[in-house]
Structure formats: C-alpha cells, structure tokens
Design a protein around this ligand. Sequence first.
Ligand SMILES: O=c1ccn([C@@H]2O[C@H](COP(=O)(O)OP(=O)(O)O[C@H]3O[C@H](CO)[C@H](O)[C@H](O)[C@H]3O)[C@@H](O)[C@H]2O)c(=O)[nH]1
Length: 519
Amino acid sequence: MPVGSVLVTGGTGYIGSFTALALLEADYKVVIADNLYNSSQEAIRRIELICGKRPEFYNVDVTEPGSLDQIFEAHPDIDSVIHFAALKAVGESSEIPLEYYRTNVYGTICLLTSMTKYNVSNIVFSSSATVYGDATRFPNMIPIPEECPIGPTNPYGRTKSTIEACITDHVEAQRNNLKKQGKDGDHWNAALLRYFNPAGSHPSGVMGEDPQGVPYNLLPLLAQVAIGKKDKLLVFGDGRTAVSHSHGGPYATRFLTELTADYSSKDGTAIRDYIHILDLAQGHLVALNYLRDHHPGVRAWNLGTGKGSTVFHMIKAFSHAVGKELPYQVVGRRAGDVLDLTANPMRANMELGWKAQRSLEDACEDLWRWTRNNPQGYRQNPPQELLDKLQAGKGADPKKAMPEPVPETNGHSATESTTKSAKKDMAGTAENASIGTEKSKPVLATNGKAIPPDALNEAGADPSTAVAQNDHSAVANGGSVSANGSILIAAERDMASSTGNASMTAGESLPVPVGGQTT
Ligand SMILES: O=c1ccn([C@@H]2O[C@H](COP(=O)(O)OP(=O)(O)O[C@H]3O[C@H](CO)[C@H](O)[C@H](O)[C@H]3O)[C@@H](O)[C@H]2O)c(=O)[nH]1
C-alpha cells in the first residue's frame, strides 16, 4: 500500500528523475508527466533498475490546457504534484523570453487549473536560488535566508518568481474561498523549493544528468572536458585587469600589478552552493511529507548546503576526482551571473528535518563515475560491471539486470506489463539499492519524514553548525586585498605567468590571468 500518490511533471529530467526515485524508495506511487523535450524515457528504466519499481509515464505537454486531466481522472488517488516541467537555460531565457514565460508560467497556470478541477491540492514547486538575484546588494544576506528580498537578474529567474507569486495567490485564494463557503481549505498547500546548484549522479553510476543538447552548467561541462568531448573549460570571470605601476624612479623601479578581480571572492571567481542531487531529491520528499502532514499553506525553503565554492575550487575538486588536471581558460563574465549564491538552509534544517549529507567531493566522484562509464549518457547501456555490482547489492540475477525498455509512446505508456520480469528480479530495497560508495544515510531525515526541531536537538544535531559562512577574506597566494576587492601582487612573480599560455590547468594555488585578459 503506497504512503501516497503523486504526479511528477518533468519527471524524466535530471532533478525530476532523482526525485521520482526518492519517492518510490519511500513507497509513494509515482506518475510522471513529461513531453521529453530535454530528457529521455530511458530515465524511467534507470529508476526501475535502481529501486525495482517503475513509475507510470504519460507523454504530455503541461502547456496544453487540460492535458493533465486524463491523469487525474485515471488516478483519483493523486493528492499532490511535484512540478519540475520547465525550460531552464539561463542564457537562452534572454534570447527567447516569451517561450520561457509560455512554458514556465503558462504551463503552471494549466497545471493549477487541472489540479483545482480535480481537487489535487498540494504542490511542491521547483523554484530556484536564481529568484534572489544578487543578494550581495543587501548587507548581511550571504548566506542567503528565505527572507532575502527576491530580485532575479534574468528572464528565467523572473519566470520562477512569477510562478511563486502565482502559486501563492492561488493557494491563498482557494483557502479563503473555501472558508467563505464554510468549508475547510487547509488541504491547499505549496512548498516553494529554492534550490542552489544541483550536482552529482547516482553512486551506482547508472543514473545521472543526461541533457539532450550541449550542457551549459559548470560540472557537466567539466565532465565533457575530462572525457575529451571539450578541449577546455571557459571560466566566466576572474578576467583580471592588470595595471602596471612604476615606483621609485629610474634606478629603483618596482612594478606592481594591480589585478582587479571580476568577483570579490578569494580567487576572483563566482561562488555557488553545490548540492548533491540525492540530497536535493530527498529535500523534495520531506517537503511533500511536510505539506501533507502539517498543512502550512505556502512556505518557501532553501535547499542548499550552506557552503559556497568558487569556480576554481570546483575545477580543483573535479580534477581531483578525475585524477588529472583539467585545462581551462579564463574569459569575461557571463551576463546575468552574480557573485555569490550560497544558501542559508536553516529553515529547511529546522522545519523539515532535512540537511544535506553529501559533500562536494562525493558529488564530483559520483559525477565522474557516471560520466566515464556512460559517455553517451542514456543512449547506451551502462557497463555490465556496474549492473553486476548493483544487482549483487540486491541479491538478484545480474544477467537480468536491465529492465525491459519502455516502449516509446506519444501518450500513456502502459508500463505494468513490461515490468513484471524485472520486478521479479529486483528483490532489493531502497536501503541497499546503492553500491560501493554509498554514503551514510541522512541522520535527520529518516524515510523522508520531517523531524520537529525539538527532536532535532534531542538527536544531538546542532542546526547552527549547518551553515558554513563563506570566506570572503579574498587573500590568495600572498596577495593582499584592497577594499574594493582588487588584489595586489608583486609584479616580479606574476608578470611572467600572466604572459604565459592562454590555457591553464587546475591545481595551482592561485589561478593567474591568461592571455587576452591582462593589459
Ligand atoms: O562554462 C562555464 C559554466 C559556468 N561557469 C561558472 O560556474 C558557476 C556556475 O554556473 P552554472 O551555469 O553551472 O550554474 P548557475 O549558478 O548559473 O545556475 C544554476 O544554479 C542556479 C541556482 O544557483 C539555478 O538553479 C540555475 O537554474 C542553474 O543553472 C557560475 O559562476 C558560472 O559563471 C563557468 O565559469 N564556465
């Protein structure tokens, strides 16, 4: 008997598929609606491979009014939706903003309309830290709490904040309207999950991010460099402007180079909060449980680690996982990027009993395992060795490791009949589905159930330690930092490196300016 039934829109995408997996592992019934615009139906097979359960799949477009009605009609047990279906490329959103508003905002209006018609009244919305924009415009807003005023800097972010407003207004109106009729409207609830930078893959190496086109996020791009699909990573920012100064007259000339970093971080590159995809998926599960158990109305939660990392730090961390230095080249800033998006996750820690458990290093290792074993993503089968390990952890027959393919359909796929043999062989539970490098289970969020703050304290967890402050002291490799974030470095040492090759490799303690950026 499932603990509940949930519709996941965009459930074959990166975060959606991992969330569907987490829901199935927690004994939810999962129905996925996706038009496969930027994803593959193969994700469903991988979900089943790992947990032994296959979500039901509908190939539908949320922007077609009423398209979700058939699902709610066929599954009257569904009381909740987790809504991922959206366009998500920040750069592209500036080129085709209307398409972003149509898909993201109008798609959500269509969803809310169908939900209302069928009295499906809990929604967990896939929002984004992008809604905050540049939080450094306010004092003391890094790490970013939910109270930080929103102010997105690109059309993608503006669609997310518009949807947040739309959901908030609708849920509040539903509650008020029902109250006016003398009815209880408390079953209308929404979680606005503002998450930071998702990273990593499943530890088994058989499930990961598989965008249909060229990836545009930092770690997937670094992964492409590591397997030779790309020559080098372009680092957006740290294009330092070096200005030569002459001191001491003709006999005692000393050159100093003032390097004005693009971002006032310790190494001049932008800071993000990278969160392991399994932790993020778990966050959706606990938020859904919280809505269903506590009926809070509309509530926003940050899902992040509280720890910020620069781009250079990420290059080093991923290079370490790969075992070799990865080439990069510093170029100018990317339009719309901000200095620092680091979460204050205290609210989710306290209210949801959720805390990110996995490290950046875990995310890098897991991503590398996925990438090197599946260079073609979901367009290939995973290596038999990984399937064997996965099945060995579950005591099933490795020869029958791969579930049968999901028939490509234009509509609803009747998955039940195709899954029987696979299900028979998938004896494992969620607990042992992951292999090898499986990290310790979350101590605070057990089986996705929210733990009240009191219990959190009794368990010995100190929520105050959850937030690691960013170090913005901006001192690197002997450089000193001026008030405006510029870095002063002795010319004798740095002028040589600044005239070197345009491409650098990771591993130096202070990345240096490269050709084209130094004057
Ligand atoms: O080729 C690249 C790609 C990225 N970066 C840098 O790496 C950092 C991370 O960039 P991503 O493109 O990976 O991610 P963003 O922070 O821009 O955005 C991501 O995280 C956001 C929240 O923080 C939203 O969730 C958004 O949807 C998601 O793409 C940024 O400083 C960016 O400038 C590079 O230097 N080179």
